[in-house]
Every structure is written in structure tokens, then in C-alpha cells.
Design a protein. Structure first.
Length: 256
């Protein structure tokens, strides 16, 4: 099954468009988990109107802001209870899928033996990234020492996510990383999967919104700090076989 993680913080102007982009998918076998991170606007009320009419939409509301790393690991798993073979797709609450065949396309990719996808991002032309942000990973270099390019459309098999260790979800003082979940989660998963199990999407299938309420600049700053001052000094994950990944006992899943 496709299970969609949608983190949401003050997305009242965008969450309906995000949800509609999932509902319009030709692939109908999906569940959408909206993890509201203590929004102070009407995001939850808007989302609940959709959930009332579509049981595939499940909403979780935090009492305090926890950040994307917690929401896309501990919080998501406690609610969604994914199986190893589930395809986990990230579609943030202020973003959307551009094409009705996107989930079907992902299913086709995974049917060919891939474990992770990245690439396919589109955005406002005023938003600037280094040229190699849009390219395929340079697998001859460490993922921790090159321009980050594991951009949306990000998805993965759940058996990869559960192999990211608890200690690597957190700062050295034990607090969950609040931003930069893309590097915190996807660099280890890509390392464990390896080149032949990671698929780079070239078509623009995911729209990333840049607006005055999102945390793009703060996220970029934190991501750069985490890579430069922390992840670069942590040992890379070793590539694993599927058997090793599936048999691994996750150390942060609670009471499954």
C-alpha cells in the first residue's frame, strides 16, 4: 500500500489543494496521514472536512510543535503502523502532486525492485538552488560530502526507514532534530539502499511552494548546519541486503 506522510503547520491556505492532489490520483489504494504540528490557524478544520468524507485521510494533531523528524518517524509509525513493503511518500501540507498518475508511476518504479525515489521537484522560478541540486547523486562521493540532491519527490519502502537508528534522529544532547528531516532520514536510507536501489525521477511531478509562512530558509540553514557540523562526522551507513533490512529490529518504534 501507498502511505502518504503529510506534515502540516499553519497550512490552511494550502492543505485543501494538497489533499485534492492525492484524491485525484488514478491509484486509489492509498492512505494519507496528516500530522498537524500544533498549527495556530484553521489547518485542522479544513483537513477534517475532507476526512469526514474520505476514510483514507487520517489526521493527528500535536499539542506542541515537535518538528518533522519526530512526525515522520515516531508519530507517523504509531498511527499508520506501516508494513515493511509499504511505500511511504512525503507530500508536505503546503505542497502538492502535479499529475494524477504520480502514485501509479511510483508503483511502477517499485515493481522494478527500487527501494527509494528522489527528484522530480518543481517550484517558483524565483527560488534558487545550486545546479547540482537537481541532478542524480554522485555515487562516487560520500552522500554526506556533496551538494544535497535527494529532493522531492521523496518516497521509500518502510523497511528502509525502520533501519535509521534512534541516535541518528537526534542531536548529540538527545533532542530530535526539528528541521532537515530530508538529510537526517534520506541520507542514511540512500546509503543503505545503494545506487542500484535508488531511482532518480526526472519529470516534474511534485510542486514545492515557497511562501511567507513556510520554513524554507530556516530549514535550509538548519540542513546546512546539520550536514556541516554533525552528519559529516557521523559514520555512513553500510549498504544492506533486503533480508538484513527486513529483519532489523527498530530501536525507536514504540508499542507496535
Amino acid at each position: 500500500m501507498v502511505k502518504i506522510i503529510t506534515t502540516c503547520y499553519n497550512c490552511e491556505s494550502y492543505i485543501s489543494y494538497c489533499i485534492k492532489s492525492i484524491q485525484m490520483q488514478e491509484e486509489k489504494n492509498w492512505e494519507m496521514y496528516i500530522m498537524d504540528d500544533a498549527s495556530t490557524d484553521s489547518s485542522v478544520s479544513v483537513a477534517r472536512e475532507f476526512a469526514k468524507k474520505d476514510s483514507r485521510i487520517i489526521i493527528t494533531q500535536n499539542k506542541e510543535n515537535k518538528g518533522a523528524v519526530f512526525n515522520k518517524t515516531v508519530n507517523f509509525v504509531s498511527v499508520a503502523k506501516p508494513d515493511d513493503e509499504d511505500i511511504i511518500v512525503t507530500v508536505d501540507g503546503d505542497d502538492y502532486l502535479k499529475h494524477s498518475k504520480t502514485l501509479s508511476y511510483l508503483n511502477t518504479i517499485y515493481s522494478k525492485g527500487y527501494w527509494l525515489t528522489y527528484g522530480g521537484i518543481d517550484h517558483d522560478p524565483h527560488m534558487m538552488h545550486p545546479k547540482d541540486f537537481y541532478t542524480e547523486v554522485d555515487w562516487s562521493l560520500s552522500l554526506r560530502n556533496q551538494t544535497f540532491c535527494l529532493s522531492h519527490l521523496r518516497s521509500h519502502k518502510f523497511f528502509l526507514l525502520k533501519n535509521v537508528r534512534d541516535v541518528d534522529l537526534k542531536y548529540k544532547d538527545g533532542r530530535f532534530f526539528k528541521y532537515g528531516e530530508d538529510v537526517v532520514l534520506f541520507i542514511p536510507m540512500a546509503e543503505m539502499a545503494g545506487k542500484n536501489r535508488c531511482f532518480h525521477i526526472k519529470d516534474k511531478l511534485y510542486y514545492y511552494r515557497l511562501h511567507d509562512k513556510n520554513d524554507h530558509d530556516l530549514n535550509n540553514e538548519e540542513r546546512s548546519y546539520i550536514i556541516r557540523q554533525d552528519l559529516s562526522f557521523r559514520l555512513p551507513y553500510k549498504k544492506k541486503t533486503k533480508k538484513q533490512l527486513v529483519n532489523y529490529v527498530c530501536d525507536w518504534i514504540r508499542n507496535r
